[in-house]
Design a protein around this ligand. Structure first.
Ligand SMILES: Cc1cc2nc3c(=O)[nH]c(=O)nc-3n(C[C@H](O)[C@H](O)[C@H](O)COP(=O)(O)OP(=O)(O)OC[C@H]3O[C@@H](n4cnc5c(N)ncnc54)[C@H](O)[C@@H]3O)c2cc1C
Ligand code: SF4
Ligand code: SF4
Length: 543
């Protein structure tokens, strides 16, 4: 049966003046299989969508081409218009005449717009519907970690009615904030009590994850708790395993020790300090190792201020830059300066040596243009921020990439930072890098929203067999299993006992990598089949 194609063209509020739309309309109407052409200025708005829906219904259209902006932005809106008219949303092809045509060139681009529409029409003929199906998911969530991010997520998820297991490898909860709470006014106690008191939070301390199998909605996790091994199933897993810090001696002639210390050690000293033995001069060094020195900046500003207030020492901060992009950091910086903390800017790492029981710091001040020598009783050294021990093993067992510094890599740093490449597995807080409390809280909100949306109803709707293996053609070479970035393919036996690759509709992200690489051409990606792509190419240059 011949396709009955409707073409809906949008000039996007007349923002494509280099296309002659009346000529486009006239020529598109003559393309074979096109039965109606509509021109609009606001196709993605409610009014435009309604017109599109009624036109599809009235004219019995069974294939749709939208010539408008990039499908990245509005394809889902147009698919909805098709669904409203009773047509499968996948019988749509979008010709991007805005970003890939009108906005990309100067001068008249009418011919190129026509070409893109012709290609889309020819491809649309071959599109097949993709049905949706509903699958059950386990509502349970595993939160790995027991620090600030993990506690907040577990409490919020449990308040939303999702049974949550909190798994911490240490014997107590609290993570890094336990050591810092008095210093920064945080109280871990109420947070831990809220988690311990929640009916649907199961807390496992001194526990670790040994194995994760399965897919989003039903992960099977093997856990070791003390000498015992247990297996449980969860719909989603949230990793909030934080980071570690390390003062290294490689850049110092002196080893970290009595008077070269970490921020954490300083915080403890400040809490325990008696008026006796206060250091007279304290130097802070930071922002030489790492571009993202968020936590060292916050810790330096808070601690420098606290030293002024508690010890009244002379305080010098030696750094490349003070980056005040964290909430409250600008205010802290001002306060520190008002209290007499001296900030000096350097490009080169300062040289540190021993000086009669004290520490000599030498560097060239950028603004003075002169060498500066500082004799300190105490130097707070810069710390490296590292992924926690075991991150490499965990990323290997989860098949999830880490970034160049060894932290878990975001799926999409701008749009979806807490997601991983495996659907249903999330990373939040310190284990994504140098995050302060406010950013960790933003991660918590994001993951709670995502997990709730995913699991709260106990069901998810997925596209059925959008990417599908033809068992007749598959030779079980395993290539697709190795390359799938979402771990969505496994080997399964057919009824004839042949082993073939099988794609999980739940875990597949429809990226198309497997279909492109399969040497036996056994994988069909609906919407991007070879025939559909060739049909687009054939339409190039057609009259
Ligand atoms: C000295 C210092 C000063 C700071 N000052 C500030 C500040 O002034 N302002 C600010 O906003 N931020 C500050 N920060 C940053 C702040 O501490 C972090 O943003 C916050 O602690 C991150 O919380 P988290 O839960 O993600 O990680 P963490 O608090 O590190 O918790 C991670 C937890 O996961 C557990 N864990 C790790 N691996 C595993 C595993 N494989 N299995 C099970 N459990 C595991 C750990 O034992 C730990 O309990 C500072 C940090 C430090 C170290
Ligand atoms: S790459 Fe193709 S042939 Fe090889 S296992 Fe996957 S589907 Fe089968
Ligand atoms: S399209 Fe293929 S490679 Fe991509 S997520 Fe789905 S199964 Fe994996």
């Amino acid at each position: 049966m011949e396709a009955n194609t409707g073409v809906f063209i949008c000039d996007c509020g007349r923002s494509m003046n280099n296309i002659d739309f009346s000529r486009v309309r006239e020529k598109v109407a003559k393309i074979p299989h096109v039965t109606c052409v509509n021109l609009s200025s606001n196709l993605c708005l409610e009014e435009g969508k309604e017109q599109m829906t009624s036109c599809i219904r009235d004219k019995n259209i069974d294939r749709v081409v939208v010539a408008a902006c990039s499908p990245e932005f509005k394809e889902h809106v147009f698919q909805q218009a098709l669904e409203n008219a009773g047509l499968n949303g996948h019988l749509l092809s979008v010709a991007n005449i805005r970003e890939q045509c009108a906005w990309a060139h100067e001068g008249d681009v009418t011919e190129k717009a026509l070409e893109l529409i012709r290609m889309a029409v020819n491809r649309t003929r071959l599109l097949q519907p993709v049905e949706e199906k509903e699958l059950s998911v386990n509502k349970g969530v595993l939160v790995v970690g027991g620090g600030f991010s993990a506690l907040n997520s577990a409490i919020q998820l449990s308040q939303l009615g999702l049974p949550t297991t909190l798994l911490e490898r240490e014997s107590t909860l609290g993570g890094r904030i336990r050591e810092l709470e008095n210093m920064y006014g945080f109280k871990t106690g109420p947070m831990i009590e809220a988690a311990e008191g929640a009916k649907n939070i199961d807390i496992l301390t001194s526990a670790e994850v040994l194995e994760v199998e399965g897919k989003i909605g039903n992960f099977m996790v093997r856990i070791r708790k003390g000498a015992e091994e247990i297996s449980r199933s969860f719909g989603a897993i949230v990793f909030a395993t934080g980071y570690e810090t390390e003062v290294t001696d490689q850049d110092f002639q002196l080893k970290p020790g009595v008077n070269i210390i970490s921020q954490e050690r300083l915080a403890q000293m400040l809490q325990a300090s008696s008026p006796k033995g206060r250091p007279q001069t304290v130097g802070f060094i930071f922002d030489f190792y790492d571009e993202n020195s968020r936590f060292p900046t916050l810790a330096t500003l808070s601690n420098a201020l606290a030293i002024k207030q508690k010890w009244g020492s002379e305080v010098y901060v030696l750094c490349r830059d003070v980056k005040v992009d964290s909430e409250g950091a600008d205010q802290l910086y001002r306060e520190a300066r008002e209290h007499g903390v001296v900030f000096s800017k350097f490009e080169e790492k300062p040289r540190i040596s021993a000086d009669d029981g004290r520490v000599k710091v030498e560097a060239k001040d950028v603004f003075l243009g002169e060498d500066m020598t500082l004799i300190c009783d105490l130097v707070v050294a810069e710390e490296r921020i590292l992924p926690p021990a075991g991150t490499k093993d965990l990323s290997f067992l989860l098949s999830i990439r880490t970034d160049s510094q060894g932290f878990y890599q975001d799926e999409n740093v701008h749009l979806y930072p807490v997601a991983s490449e495996r659907k249903g597995i999330f990373f939040i807080g310190g284990c994504r890098g140098d995050l302060d409390f406010q950013r960790a809280l933003a991660d918590v909100s994001s993951v709670v929203m995502n997990v709730y949306g995913l699991l709260s109803s106990g069901k998810v709707v997925v596209e059925a067999e959008k990417v599908k293996v033809d068992p007749q053609k598959c030779v079980a070479c395993l290539t697709c299993i190795r390359v799938c970035p979402h771990s969505a393919i496994q080997l399964a036996r057919t009824e004839g006992e042949k082993e073939v690759a099988e794609i999980s509709d739940l875990a597949c992200d429809a990226c198309g990598v497997c279909a492109a690489i399969c040497p036996a051409k056994a994988i069909k990606f609906e919407g991007y089949s070879d025939e559909q792509i060739l049909a687009q190419i054939e339409a190039l240059g057609a009259p």
